[in-house]
Design a protein around this ligand. Sequence first.
Ligand code: ADP
Length: 400
Amino acid sequence: MKILVINCGSSSIKYSLFDMEEETTLAEGVIEKIGEEYSTFSQKTAEGKVKKRLVVRDHKEGLQLILNSLKDNGGVIKDLSEISAVGHRVVHGGNDFVESTIIDEDVIRSIEKYAALAPLHNPPNLIGIKVSKDLLPDTPQVAVFDTAFHQTIPETAYIYAIPYELYEKHGIRRYGFHGTSHRYVSRKAAEILGRKVSELRIITCHLGNGCSITAIKQGRSIDTSMGFTPLEGLPMGTRSGDIDPSIIFFIAEQENLSLKGIEEILNKKSGLLGVSGVSNDMREIKKEADAGNRRARLALEIFAYRVKKYIGAYAAVLGGLDVLVFTGGIGENAYYIRSKICQGLEFLGIRLDEDRNKDPAKWQGVISTEDSRVKVLVIPTREDLIIARETLETIKSKAS
Ligand code: ADP
């Protein structure tokens, strides 16, 4: 059975085609700069890589290009009917979805409703769904939500201490994101350790361009650092994470900036980039820090400190800790960050093996010492594969 996974952004479409028998990736690629003067298209298959520069006016043309490239010139499929289902990454499912779902008109209306809460993400996700329904009208389409895994968070953790009416009127609450990733790595960690996820207290750190951390008890998310939007919580590549909300009013006055301007600062000019003044890319910052750049070093320190602080908070929320997981581009690769985060957490039962930490793959991802009470793991996240799995499960459960 073949599943196509689509992740549609405002000017891009990322995709992967999986053969679910062995969970092999038949093709993966991306179209970027859709609607601009020139777009780029790249695709990787077992045959090799293709990269092209061409004009793609809109998402429909983009998806048509993707479908053609999958089947033309001895492509990975002969006919589009071989695609059993399409799985769409949808960022915001609000309160309506606790799991993935087959997309029908009601589901589309709900995703539209939550576009106000995720204006950068839900509208392009919806375009992807509509275009895909047009081009593959007989193929089931499934929505997999970033927010769904966090729907188990209790009220105490999701209600902000602002007037309750604002929650009732506008749905202002913690939703949480990166849910597919947190869910996947927590289950994978349990599998690697030969334990049941239901008997473990787990903290998962997804540290990529976007960063979030989740407390998982009995396999369920009970708190997470991203909130009403993906801006809350840890500092990220260009996002500030938690700040005193009064800073917004202060900047508005002192810098004579509009709310839009401040939103731009907090989303695009803060985080690792804002502190270091160097880059939002951890590799660049590390290079500069090693060369003696004080602000780059400070950015690294702040990043690790803030992750550590959340680990402490979530260990308290969970009433103890059994497993700590790192994933995402930084979490999977930056051993020096993992090391800094874990330094000083011995009191929680965390003991990192520095040799293992430098080469996790050799140790099935387990980087804690043999006698460490808390097991620390590095697990590469596979968001596209998880979406494919969820899509398959969803169409199977509908059929049964
Ligand atoms: P996204 O959230 O966009 O999916 P990723 O999960 O790919 O992003 O993470 C991007 C981050 O991972 C960047 O800060 C990048 O510097 C960092 N990263 C990627 N590879 C490495 C590496 N080998 N060493 C350190 N950091 C890395």
